[in-house]
Ligand binder design. Structure first.
Ligand SMILES: [Zn+2]
Length: 120
């Protein structure tokens, strides 16, 4: 086998190895929010009422009473949602569950905000 051919074979093997490493890279460098510790920060009128760590095994239901009305909030499986509220449109309850950093549920009539943040 001519030397040049062998060289290019080695080069292509190296390339394959590099590609394989790239394919495996997501296993070592998890991006997104999966590996991060998150908490839900509940505010009313801009004041923090409660911080709830969103661990997967945590299940909790609590009620937030605001001067404007009440929201029943449910935490389960690493996500949080408004389960019930006495606001007129119930947009907060209809928003469903949130779990990713930066996601927000707002109940405008109650000036209530739930925001997912990373715990640092
Ligand atoms: Zn609401």
């Amino acid at each position: 086998m001519p030397l040049s051919n062998r060289k290019s074979k080695i080069a292509s093997l190296l390339l394959l190895a590099a590609l394989a490493l790239l394919a495996l890279a997501p296993l070592f460098f998890t991006d997104g929010t999966e590996g991060k510790t998150r908490e839900a920060v509940v505010t009313v009128d801009g004041k923090i009422i409660r911080r709830v760590p969103l661990a997967r095994e945590r299940d909790e239901i609590f009620t937030v009473s605001t001067p404007y009305g009440e929201n029943r909030i449910a935490v389960s499986g690493g996500s949080i949602r408004v389960e019930g509220a006495d606001c007129p449109a119930k947009i907060c309850a209809k928003s469903g569950a949130i779990s990713q950093i930066g996601e927000v549920i707002a109940c405008l009539p109650h000036k209530l905000l739930i925001e997912i943040k990373e715990i640092k």
